[in-house]
Design a protein around this ligand. Structure first.
Ligand code: ADP
Ligand code: MG
Ligand code: MG
Length: 248
Protein backbone atom coordinates (compact mmCIF):
# COMPACT_ATOMS: atom_id res chain seq x y z
CA UNK A 1 0.00 0.00 0.00
CA UNK A 2 2.65 2.51 1.09
CA UNK A 3 5.99 2.23 -0.58
CA UNK A 4 8.87 4.55 0.23
CA UNK A 5 11.81 4.07 -2.10
CA UNK A 6 15.30 5.51 -1.73
CA UNK A 7 13.89 8.66 -0.13
CA UNK A 8 16.24 11.61 0.20
CA UNK A 9 14.75 14.66 1.88
CA UNK A 10 16.01 18.06 2.89
CA UNK A 11 14.52 20.85 5.00
CA UNK A 12 15.61 24.43 4.50
CA UNK A 13 18.48 23.10 2.37
CA UNK A 14 19.68 20.78 5.12
CA UNK A 15 19.83 17.14 4.04
CA UNK A 16 17.99 14.98 6.57
CA UNK A 17 16.80 11.71 5.05
CA UNK A 18 19.47 9.76 3.27
CA UNK A 19 17.86 6.93 1.33
CA UNK A 20 14.91 5.53 3.32
CA UNK A 21 13.15 2.39 2.12
CA UNK A 22 9.93 1.24 3.75
CA UNK A 23 6.92 -0.78 2.71
CA UNK A 24 3.61 -1.02 4.56
CA UNK A 25 0.95 -3.44 3.34
CA UNK A 26 -2.78 -2.93 4.07
CA UNK A 27 -3.58 -3.44 7.75
CA UNK A 28 0.04 -3.92 8.82
CA UNK A 29 1.55 -2.41 11.96
CA UNK A 30 5.05 -0.94 11.83
CA UNK A 31 7.00 0.78 14.57
CA UNK A 32 9.77 3.28 13.95
CA UNK A 33 12.32 3.93 16.67
CA UNK A 34 15.60 5.80 16.74
CA UNK A 35 17.58 8.38 18.69
CA UNK A 36 16.49 12.02 18.77
CA UNK A 37 17.34 13.75 15.54
CA UNK A 38 17.57 10.55 13.48
CA UNK A 39 14.84 11.74 11.09
CA UNK A 40 11.68 10.02 12.34
CA UNK A 41 9.46 13.11 12.29
CA UNK A 42 10.92 14.15 8.95
CA UNK A 43 9.92 10.80 7.48
CA UNK A 44 6.39 11.12 8.92
CA UNK A 45 5.92 14.68 7.69
CA UNK A 46 7.29 13.84 4.25
CA UNK A 47 4.89 10.92 3.83
CA UNK A 48 2.03 13.23 4.88
CA UNK A 49 3.14 15.83 2.33
CA UNK A 50 4.30 18.71 4.51
CA UNK A 51 5.33 21.44 2.03
CA UNK A 52 8.53 22.33 3.88
CA UNK A 53 10.10 18.94 3.22
CA UNK A 54 11.48 18.58 -0.26
CA UNK A 55 12.16 15.24 -1.83
CA UNK A 56 15.55 15.38 -3.57
CA UNK A 57 15.57 11.79 -4.73
CA UNK A 58 13.40 8.69 -4.55
CA UNK A 59 9.64 8.40 -4.40
CA UNK A 60 6.57 7.61 -2.35
CA UNK A 61 3.76 5.54 -3.80
CA UNK A 62 0.38 4.80 -2.24
CA UNK A 63 -1.78 2.03 -3.66
CA UNK A 64 0.32 2.09 -6.78
CA UNK A 65 0.01 5.84 -7.36
CA UNK A 66 3.05 8.10 -7.16
CA UNK A 67 2.15 10.68 -4.49
CA UNK A 68 5.61 12.22 -4.11
CA UNK A 69 4.44 15.57 -5.47
CA UNK A 70 0.90 15.62 -4.08
CA UNK A 71 -0.17 18.16 -1.44
CA UNK A 72 -1.23 17.09 2.07
CA UNK A 73 -4.96 17.43 1.36
CA UNK A 74 -4.74 15.13 -1.65
CA UNK A 75 -2.91 12.55 0.46
CA UNK A 76 -5.54 12.84 3.20
CA UNK A 77 -8.25 12.16 0.61
CA UNK A 78 -6.44 8.99 -0.36
CA UNK A 79 -6.52 7.80 3.24
CA UNK A 80 -3.27 8.95 4.82
CA UNK A 81 -3.45 10.66 8.21
CA UNK A 82 -0.61 11.97 10.35
CA UNK A 83 -1.09 12.51 14.09
CA UNK A 84 1.49 15.17 14.92
CA UNK A 85 4.23 15.00 17.52
CA UNK A 86 3.39 18.57 18.54
CA UNK A 87 -0.24 19.35 17.60
CA UNK A 88 -0.72 23.09 17.14
CA UNK A 89 -3.22 25.46 18.68
CA UNK A 90 -5.76 26.86 16.22
CA UNK A 91 -7.16 30.01 17.77
CA UNK A 92 -10.73 30.82 16.76
CA UNK A 93 -11.59 27.37 15.37
CA UNK A 94 -13.80 25.21 17.55
CA UNK A 95 -13.06 21.49 17.74
CA UNK A 96 -16.59 20.56 16.74
CA UNK A 97 -16.53 22.79 13.65
CA UNK A 98 -13.11 21.57 12.65
CA UNK A 99 -14.14 17.92 12.96
CA UNK A 100 -17.42 18.52 11.11
CA UNK A 101 -15.44 20.05 8.27
CA UNK A 102 -13.00 17.13 8.19
CA UNK A 103 -15.86 14.62 8.09
CA UNK A 104 -17.59 16.57 5.32
CA UNK A 105 -14.43 16.62 3.21
CA UNK A 106 -13.23 13.09 3.80
CA UNK A 107 -16.44 11.15 4.39
CA UNK A 108 -19.16 13.32 2.85
CA UNK A 109 -21.09 13.56 6.14
CA UNK A 110 -23.48 16.46 6.64
CA UNK A 111 -22.88 18.56 9.77
CA UNK A 112 -25.88 17.17 11.68
CA UNK A 113 -24.93 13.52 11.12
CA UNK A 114 -21.35 14.38 11.93
CA UNK A 115 -22.27 16.15 15.18
CA UNK A 116 -23.78 13.09 16.86
CA UNK A 117 -20.95 10.84 15.71
CA UNK A 118 -18.33 13.27 16.99
CA UNK A 119 -20.01 13.60 20.41
CA UNK A 120 -20.29 9.82 20.74
CA UNK A 121 -16.67 9.09 19.80
CA UNK A 122 -15.38 12.06 21.82
CA UNK A 123 -16.71 10.49 25.02
CA UNK A 124 -14.58 7.41 24.41
CA UNK A 125 -11.57 9.74 24.46
CA UNK A 126 -12.79 11.60 27.56
CA UNK A 127 -14.02 14.77 25.84
CA UNK A 128 -17.41 16.08 26.93
CA UNK A 129 -19.79 17.86 24.56
CA UNK A 130 -18.72 21.14 26.23
CA UNK A 131 -15.04 20.41 25.53
CA UNK A 132 -15.87 20.20 21.82
CA UNK A 133 -16.81 23.87 21.83
CA UNK A 134 -13.31 24.90 22.87
CA UNK A 135 -10.79 26.08 20.28
CA UNK A 136 -8.54 23.41 18.79
CA UNK A 137 -5.74 22.66 21.29
CA UNK A 138 -5.86 26.14 22.82
CA UNK A 139 -4.76 25.75 26.43
CA UNK A 140 -4.74 21.95 26.04
CA UNK A 141 -2.38 19.72 28.00
CA UNK A 142 -0.08 17.30 26.19
CA UNK A 143 -2.43 14.41 26.93
CA UNK A 144 -5.49 16.31 25.68
CA UNK A 145 -3.73 17.22 22.42
CA UNK A 146 -2.77 13.61 21.79
CA UNK A 147 -6.27 12.38 22.60
CA UNK A 148 -7.71 14.90 20.17
CA UNK A 149 -5.42 13.56 17.43
CA UNK A 150 -6.73 10.06 18.20
CA UNK A 151 -10.32 11.31 18.07
CA UNK A 152 -9.67 12.59 14.56
CA UNK A 153 -8.21 9.23 13.59
CA UNK A 154 -11.16 7.29 15.05
CA UNK A 155 -13.58 9.51 13.10
CA UNK A 156 -11.67 9.39 9.81
CA UNK A 157 -10.65 5.71 9.97
CA UNK A 158 -7.73 6.32 7.60
CA UNK A 159 -6.19 3.55 5.50
CA UNK A 160 -2.79 4.52 6.91
CA UNK A 161 -2.38 6.22 10.27
CA UNK A 162 1.03 7.66 11.06
CA UNK A 163 1.48 8.52 14.72
CA UNK A 164 4.48 10.62 15.74
CA UNK A 165 5.21 9.95 19.42
CA UNK A 166 1.58 9.76 20.56
CA UNK A 167 2.97 8.85 23.99
CA UNK A 168 5.18 11.89 24.55
CA UNK A 169 4.03 14.31 27.24
CA UNK A 170 1.13 12.06 28.19
CA UNK A 171 0.22 10.73 31.66
CA UNK A 172 -0.34 7.01 32.27
CA UNK A 173 -4.14 7.20 32.10
CA UNK A 174 -4.14 8.99 28.75
CA UNK A 175 -1.45 6.57 27.59
CA UNK A 176 -3.67 3.58 28.20
CA UNK A 177 -6.68 5.06 26.39
CA UNK A 178 -4.48 6.16 23.46
CA UNK A 179 -2.89 2.73 23.28
CA UNK A 180 -6.30 1.01 23.29
CA UNK A 181 -7.63 3.29 20.56
CA UNK A 182 -4.63 2.65 18.33
CA UNK A 183 -5.15 -1.08 18.71
CA UNK A 184 -8.87 -0.69 18.02
CA UNK A 185 -8.18 1.15 14.76
CA UNK A 186 -5.64 -1.47 13.79
CA UNK A 187 -8.14 -4.29 14.46
CA UNK A 188 -10.64 -2.53 12.19
CA UNK A 189 -8.12 -2.59 9.35
CA UNK A 190 -6.13 0.65 9.55
CA UNK A 191 -2.43 0.20 8.77
CA UNK A 192 -0.32 1.87 11.45
CA UNK A 193 3.10 3.50 11.31
CA UNK A 194 3.96 4.34 14.91
CA UNK A 195 6.94 6.41 15.97
CA UNK A 196 7.84 5.95 19.60
CA UNK A 197 10.63 5.68 22.15
CA UNK A 198 8.68 3.35 24.44
CA UNK A 199 7.22 -0.13 24.16
CA UNK A 200 4.51 0.78 26.60
CA UNK A 201 2.31 2.44 23.95
CA UNK A 202 2.13 -0.94 22.21
CA UNK A 203 0.00 -2.09 25.16
CA UNK A 204 -1.08 -5.65 24.76
CA UNK A 205 -0.30 -5.90 21.09
CA UNK A 206 1.29 -9.27 20.36
CA UNK A 207 4.92 -8.65 19.22
CA UNK A 208 4.39 -11.08 16.35
CA UNK A 209 1.84 -8.61 14.91
CA UNK A 210 4.28 -5.81 14.13
CA UNK A 211 7.74 -4.98 12.76
CA UNK A 212 10.28 -2.55 14.17
CA UNK A 213 12.46 -0.27 12.05
CA UNK A 214 15.35 1.59 13.64
CA UNK A 215 16.55 4.88 12.20
CA UNK A 216 20.01 6.35 12.49
CA UNK A 217 21.18 9.54 10.82
CA UNK A 218 18.47 9.67 8.20
CA UNK A 219 18.37 5.98 7.34
CA UNK A 220 16.61 2.85 8.46
CA UNK A 221 19.53 0.69 9.56
CA UNK A 222 17.70 -2.25 11.14
CA UNK A 223 14.42 -4.06 10.73
CA UNK A 224 13.29 -6.69 13.20
CA UNK A 225 10.25 -8.41 14.70
CA UNK A 226 8.20 -6.82 17.49
CA UNK A 227 10.18 -8.49 20.29
CA UNK A 228 13.06 -6.20 19.37
CA UNK A 229 11.37 -3.23 21.09
CA UNK A 230 12.19 -4.71 24.47
CA UNK A 231 15.79 -5.31 23.47
CA UNK A 232 16.14 -1.67 22.43
CA UNK A 233 14.65 -0.49 25.71
CA UNK A 234 17.05 -2.68 27.67
CA UNK A 235 20.24 -1.96 25.73
CA UNK A 236 19.76 1.53 24.32
CA UNK A 237 20.49 2.61 20.74
CA UNK A 238 24.24 3.01 21.12
CA UNK A 239 24.74 -0.62 22.11
CA UNK A 240 22.30 -1.85 19.47
CA UNK A 241 24.20 0.08 16.77
CA UNK A 242 27.56 -1.24 17.96
CA UNK A 243 26.30 -4.81 17.89
CA UNK A 244 25.01 -4.59 14.34
CA UNK A 245 27.97 -2.59 13.08
CA UNK A 246 25.57 0.17 12.05
CA UNK A 247 27.56 2.87 13.80
CA UNK A 248 30.21 3.71 11.30
P1 ADP B 1 13.45 12.90 15.13
O1 ADP B 1 11.98 13.03 14.92
O2 ADP B 1 13.99 11.53 14.86
O3 ADP B 1 13.88 13.38 16.50
P2 ADP B 1 13.64 14.99 13.14
O4 ADP B 1 13.11 14.42 11.89
O5 ADP B 1 12.76 15.90 13.91
O6 ADP B 1 14.20 13.81 14.06
O7 ADP B 1 14.98 15.79 12.81
C1 ADP B 1 16.06 15.20 12.11
C2 ADP B 1 17.17 16.20 11.94
O8 ADP B 1 16.73 17.26 11.12
C3 ADP B 1 17.62 16.85 13.24
O9 ADP B 1 19.02 16.99 13.21
C4 ADP B 1 16.93 18.18 13.22
O10 ADP B 1 17.67 19.14 13.94
C5 ADP B 1 16.92 18.50 11.75
N1 ADP B 1 15.79 19.37 11.37
C6 ADP B 1 14.48 19.11 11.54
N2 ADP B 1 13.72 20.14 11.10
C7 ADP B 1 14.60 21.07 10.66
C8 ADP B 1 14.45 22.38 10.08
N3 ADP B 1 13.27 22.92 9.88
N4 ADP B 1 15.59 23.04 9.73
C9 ADP B 1 16.79 22.49 9.93
N5 ADP B 1 16.99 21.29 10.47
C10 ADP B 1 15.92 20.59 10.83
MG1 MG C 1 12.54 13.85 18.57
MG1 MG D 1 10.44 13.63 16.12
Amino acid sequence: MLKVENLHVSVDNKKILDGVNLEVLPGEFHVIMGPNGSGKSTLALTIAGHPRYSVDEGRITFNGEDITELGPDERAKRGIMLAFQHPHEVEGVKIIEFLQQVLAELKGLDPVEAYDLIVEKAKELWFSEDDLHRYVNVGFSGGERKRLELLQAILIEPKLLILDEPDSGVDVDSLSVISRKIEELHRKGTAVLLITHYGRILGHLDPSRFRVHVMREGRIVLERGGEFVREIEEKGFQKIFEECGCDE
